[in-house]
Ligand binder design. Sequence first.
Ligand code: NAI
Length: 469
Amino acid sequence: MSAHDYIIKDIKLADYGRKELDIAETEMPGLMALREEFGESKPLAGARIVGSLHMTVQTAVLIETLTALGADVRWASCNIYSTQDHAAAAIAASGVPVFAIKGQTLEEHWDYLDKSFLFPEGANIILDDGGDATLYVLLGARVEAGETDLIEGEPGSEEEAAIFAQIKKRLAASPGWFTKTHDDIVGVSEETTTGVHRLYELQREGRLPFPAINVNDSVTKSKFDNKYGCKESLVDGIRRATDTMMAGKTAVVLGYGDVGKGSAASLKGAGARVKVTEVDPICALQAAMDGFEVTTLEDAVSTADIFVTTTGNKDVIRLEHMREMKDMAIVGNIGHFDNEIQVAALNNIQMTNIKDQVDMYTFPGGKRMILLSQGRLLNLGNATGHPSFVMSASFTNQVLAQIELWEDSKASSKKYANEVYMLPKHLDEKVARLHLEKIGVKLTEMTKEQADYIGVPKQGPYKPEHYRY
Ligand code: NAI
């Protein structure tokens, strides 16, 4: 590694970053327990991990856990607004190559992701959030295999234009690089719902070239991070962006999956009157029975003050809706990609930047709208994402997934084919168990007779696979 194998905002922020890392470690018992358990045996020795995940303080603790377990790591953020520059500085100062700046451009996003693959001996495993790192290698390799039309022609979006341009750059600089990298990668562990959708799609199309672990659907990930994480970080983002009074306002949460449930609870906890929209009758019924009015956006659009998309779907809030909103309505997204809100359709509307990641649009006629983080996930763009404690549960799953994939890649008889897997339930329960003591939870122990009576092993797993929590 060269002396300055990093691109960050300012290395002088490293001391501040380190102090926050020290505090975060006290709130991340799962990761610290893995350091204790595996610090000596170093199960990740030889792994060269490309990380593409929000470069926050919590992620810094993840990175240092991976390196404590023997891995070499290079890191990029998976979102242009989510980096915490002091966390990136602390990581850079520790000698781990990191490429992430809060407010980087889309072109830089793909350039930095590319740089995070550039181990001298090549990368061999991916830790992804949203699937960009996986997409980059797979798309580049298909182009190298002759499907050049994939990156020719008019790109469908700014996002596409940026990835196409980066792939062309890499193709010109190092012919054969994508194919080699594609062949060297032994697996990917994926953090979020949207990235997991992409992986199952690849599996269906028979295009998944290596095993994948779906970290998102560990119970101790999606039922905690997506839900309780958003419960804390959604309102945090709206407040830091706008300082608006939340109590008494009407908020619309679009989507009532795990993120929607946490988001609705967040707004309700802050005193807002919350309405929910859903397409799925089960989630709609859940929202209603949790006490929320379930309606359509068309119905609520002209009377609500705050709108938050949580669907992982596209074009959920469209220009026609934004035109209908009240003066000074606040609009934001907490789903993975910015296409939930038709931000591109606002190109012709007068825009005033208020501060970083907060813009005001003035429609013809004078009505104004506040857009947070240009439609990118506002809890990481306008605030600092979820608290450490809940990220510890998510990232403990990530580390266990990396160990599974790396160890299997070296084993003579393989557990994993080129398909998407979940971690076994006993590991899910282990992750939860590692987080109990910190918050003073006392667990009841069953007697052998009780365990036999309900038909589960005394030491768990305590639930069948079909149980939904
Ligand atoms: P989910 O699948 O549990 O929930 C999404 C819900 O949206 C579903 O219930 C679906 O029926 C509903 N939906 C889809 N289209 C809709 C439409 N047009 N109108 C109304 N509802 C609609 O997914 P989950 O886990 O809640 O994740 C949602 C998004 O948030 C994903 O993109 C995920 O990657 C992202 N995410 C973001 C986090 C953050 O910190 N910002 C944390 C975790 C996930």
